[in-house]
Design a protein around this ligand. Structure first.
Ligand SMILES: Nc1ncnc2c1ncn2[C@@H]1O[C@H](COP(=O)(O)OP(=O)(O)OP(=O)(O)O)[C@@H](O)[C@H]1O
Length: 559
């Protein structure tokens, strides 16, 4: 077990976890007292000692009440600690995961990440609160029961060293099988989440191509695998319980057979036999739990390794290095920039580019030429393999991502809207959005008019990913969102590709005011958009060529 990592996860909860250990240990002590007191009571009943019973019975009742109370306390403390530990751990992982570079997410299925963030973490926190904290009490119960059995009848207690290891061994062998199944089930569940997540994402395409049945079958296959593993796991557990019961019954029978002789010869009283059997029965639970422990440790270890694997990846630095008031003028320089996506061929081979502050540059290139790659580099989603990128003469690598991204407004091809109001979606772009800023951004993006025509204006709910808006309306919201911070640099990544020519012209007319005084990089193929540009650059075979230079030819394009 990576004990150090586990301790690091548990450290903030050492207080509540210690209380759990104390509660379960106290409960163990009381549980150990019960067979002895019950035996004493029985002895007094058999001998007809009324006064003796008067002393023992209240003590026994007190013990039983104590066990019940402690059991409540343990369950309460365990639920409370699990709830807090789980939500803190989830928050921590969520915060880290969303700060991981896009490169991490590109290479990983969302379902895997979701599974880790939800039920895998849930299992881990259960392991900490329900399994680890009970180890001392289980050990205490085991050792205590054995010692007390030896005290009652040392010769009879020699059964224990024979039976307990046999018991332990069976559970361990079965535990190994369960462990493998548990791991496979966990993976199968992750796949179920992944398939469902992907299917929901693909829903419009599924409907368009009427692929519902195929998607349903994919989901069914994932479910079938998970269900099959769950049944196999369930079968083993179903067999395990009676097997343990049978073994315990055999042990009790063996003890009875051996002890019967002792009772007959008077070496042992009936009350002692009763206590002895009671302790033997007490042993089954902790021994069973301790045998399971190995499997649970292995499962927790797997989760811990996956979790640590994610937490060990450096997250992006969102702290400002520059003053929060720093606003670049907008000069962008690429100096001999070479770039390849991880494990892919080189897309940019020594790109040089100098965009003056306030200039509008269009970037052309065939599909896959690397236009988006340039935007991704500017936004610091990825780092160049070599070469440098400067903003206002400052090496972007020396700034934090927060510094860089605050200077840039991105209007992507897909607007990335969420299920909320228009106001919330525009405000998403700013740290401290005021109503005035949202309204101003909407006006600048020429979105105010259509927003006013919606049933609830700014408070209209736009549906999942903005599905209740048209493509053009979504794009205007995306532009307003990009403008809310009044960034000196604006990036349009094929932002007009879904418009018809008329729509594109209207959008561009809307943009003109918004573009004033900013540095703009337009990734586009559309003539109307090209007309906005002071310069047109083409990316070809990883190199940048200047295609034309001249003033914006918007009127010509519109005409
Ligand atoms: N996240 C990624 N991981 C790995 N490879 C990628 C990734 N994104 C794009 N690529 C690959 O990198 C190359 C450049 O892609 P990029 O998206 O920059 O091209 P583009 O010029 O914007 O293309 P388009 O006009 O089709 O949008 C392509 O060959 C593409 O397959």
């Amino acid at each position: 077990m990576k004990a150090r990592q586990l301790i690091a996860f548990a450290r903030p909860y050492s207080g509540p976890l210690s209380i759990l250990v104390l509660l379960t240990t106290a409960s163990s002590i009381l549980i150990l007292a019960v067979p002895w007191l019950a035996g004493q009571m029985l002895a007094r009943i058999v001998s007809g000692s009324a006064s003796g019973q008067g002393q023992v019975i209240p003590l026994l009742l007190l013990c039983l009440a104590g066990v019940a109370l402690l059991s409540f306390g343990t369950a309460y403390q365990s639920a409370r600690t699990t709830a807090h530990l789980l939500s803190d751990l989830r928050q921590r992982v969520f915060d880290h995961v969303q700060r991981l570079p896009l490169g991490f997410h590109d290479g990983r299925s969302k379902g895997d990440t979701l599974a880790l963030m939800t039920f895998e973490i849930s299992r881990l926190s259960n392991f900490l609160t329900a399994t680890l904290t009970t180890i001392p009490s289980r050990l205490l119960t085991t050792l205590g029961a054995i010692v007390l059995m030896f005290r009652i009848d040392a010769r009879l207690a020699l059964v224990v060293p024979v039976l307990v290891p046999a018991f332990y061994l069976i559970l361990k062998i079965v535990g190994r099988r369960l462990r493998a199944l548990g791991r496979a089930w966990q993976e199968a569940e992750a796949k179920v989440v992944a398939v469902a997540e992907e299917a929901l994402e693909m829903l419009p395409a599924t409907k368009a191509f009427t692929r519902e049945r195929a998607q349903s079958e994919r989901y069914q296959a994932a479910l079938r695998r998970s269900a099959g593993l769950a049944v196999r796991e369930g079968t083993i557990y179903a067999a395990l319980e009676p097997l343990i019961g049978l073994l315990a019954a055999f042990a009790a029978l063996a003890i009875l057979l051996l002890a019967g002789h002792n009772v007959r010869t008077g070496q042992m009283s009936a009350a002692e036999l009763f206590s002895f059997l009671f302790y033997a029965a007490l042993l089954t639970r902790p021994v069973g739990a301790l045998a399971h422990l190995y499997g649970q440790v292995q499962t927790a270890r797997g989760t811990l390794t996956r979790l640590q694997g994610v937490l060990d990846i450096d997250a992006e630095n969102l702290i400002d290095r520059q003053s929060p008031d720093w606003r670049a003028r907008g000069n962008i320089v690429f100096e001999d920039v070479t770039f390849a996506y991880p494990g892919r061929e080189t897309v940019l081979r020594g790109v040089n580019l100098d965009i003056a502050a306030g200039e509008t540059v269009a970037l052309l290139g065939a599909n896959g030429a690397g236009k988006t790659a340039m935007i991704n580099l500017l936004l610091r989603y990825y780092m160049p393999l070599s070469g440098r990128i400067f903003i206002d003469g400052q090496d972007s690598a020396g700034l934090t991502v927060a510094d860089v991204r605050r200077q840039i407004g991105l209007v992507p091809q897909s607007a990335f809207l969420f299920n909320g109001t228009i106001r919330d979606n525009i405000a998403f772009g700013a740290e401290t959005p005021t109503e005035e800023r949202v309204d101003r951004a909407a006006r600048l993006a020429q979105a105010s008019k259509f927003i006013a025509g919606l049933p609830d204006g700014m408070d209209t709910l736009i549906g999942d990913r903005g599905l209740r808006l048209s493509g053009g309306q979504r794009q205007r919201i995306a532009l307003a969102r990009a403008l809310i911070n009044d960034p000196p640099i604006l990036l349009f990544d094929e932002a007009t590709s879904m418009f018809d020519e008329e729509g594109e012209c209207a959008f561009i007319a809307a943009c003109l005011d918004a573009l004033k005084g900013r540095t703009v990089l337009l990734v586009t193929h559309r003539p109307a958009t090209l007309a906005l540009a002071d310069r047109i650059l083409t990316l070809d075979d990883g190199l940048l060529h200047e295609t034309s230079r001249g003033p914006a030819k918007l009127n010509q394009a519109l005409g």
